[in-house]
Design a protein around this ligand. Structure first.
Ligand code: 5GP
Ligand code: ZN
Length: 113
């Protein structure tokens, strides 16, 4: 499988890591859409959120706790932030390894484009 985010997990291609543990890794997006644009990914490969199953409920909750921790550690929690998950073509997904965009550092617009 030729997955760029699995390669980042394995350290086969470089990334600017913000956080890492046994379950997830968070790193700066290569093309940031906000002053802070971090991707939080499970180390386990899932192509899209459609592959998540009952056993993965805890993992998804955990990713939100990691986002919470990063927001507080980097001190943008009070100003606020946005978490985005894109799925398949209409969702705008381009990398098929589940990832959560954590965006901050500017006021977000609504509706998203
Ligand atoms: P998607 O459009 O699938 O929701 O988001 C994929 C994100 O991955 C994009 O924001 C894109 O800039 C980012 N990205 C793609 N390739 C790389 C890479 O090699 N390194 C990093 N750090 N980010 C990447
Ligand atoms: Zn992968």
């Amino acid at each position: 499988m030729n997955c760029i985010f699995c390669k980042i997990v394995k350290g086969e291609i470089p990334s600017s890591k913000i956080y890492e543990d046994d379950i997830v890794v968070a790193f700066n997006d290569i093309a940031p859409q906000a002053p802070i644009h971090i991707l939080i990914i499970p180390k386990k490969h899932y192509s899209t959120i459609l592959e998540l199953e009952e056993d993965d409920k805890e993992l998804i909750g955990y990713i939100f706790l990691v986002a919470n921790k990063i927001a507080k550690d980097l001190d943008f929690h009070e100003r606020g932030f946005r978490i985005v998950v894109n799925c398949n073509r209409d969702g705008g997904q381009t990398v098929f390894h589940v990832h959560f965009h954590l965006l901050a550092g500017r006021a977000m617009r609504w509706p998203p484009g």
